[in-house]
Ligand binder design. Sequence first.
Ligand code: GAR
Length: 217
Amino acid sequence: MKRRVAILISGRGSNMAALIEAAGASDFPAEIVVVISNRADAGGLERARASGIATVTIESKPFGKDRAAFEAVLQTTLDQHRVELICLGGFMRLLTAEFVQHWYGRMLNIHPSLLPSFPGLDPQGQALRAGVKISGATVHFVIPETDAGPIVMQGAVAVADDDTAETLADRILGVEHRIYPDALRLLAAGQARLEGEICKTEGNIGVGAVLISPAAT
Ligand code: GAR
């Protein structure tokens, strides 16, 4: 049985689109049953509809600081669609600790840095200002702290001297679109399991690959 997944978005939804595309494969262990946005103008909603996925908008603005009331509506929607796993894809609304605890181990987020480096806003700019030579993206289980939690998968890119936040973001986005579907596949297939605060993966895929930046000539 495929695991039933909701994707939560606030914007363009390119990660959402990558997840929808991957989940279209017959052997993918999860199906996207609903895309939920907290903004009616999120570009991703149209993309989801074009793919034949059910969409729901729950405008968060009218709820103001009452996060629990917003999440009560959100939880009802998740229940209606019998959602088992949640993927946050550029979902820009903070969630309460209660909601996050309820979904612990069943809710993923993606962030465009190699966490725990550079959480929060403008991670690509943070990476450039720190002068790191390698950056990337991280898929992690969601915990109450923002952009933190057990890491499921990471992908790395080299940082070039002439990178801007935009060029680096573009390169990292390409990695995001690869690792988010792969991480969801692992979770849905039961191949990613939590041991305390660490996520372990069956097979330890990827060990042996090395990225050196800058490459000495
Ligand atoms: C992505 O780069 C994602 O990693 C980032 O927002 C963007 C959403 O793009 N998320 C965060 O920064 C979370 N702290 P998308 O709507 O095209 O997927």
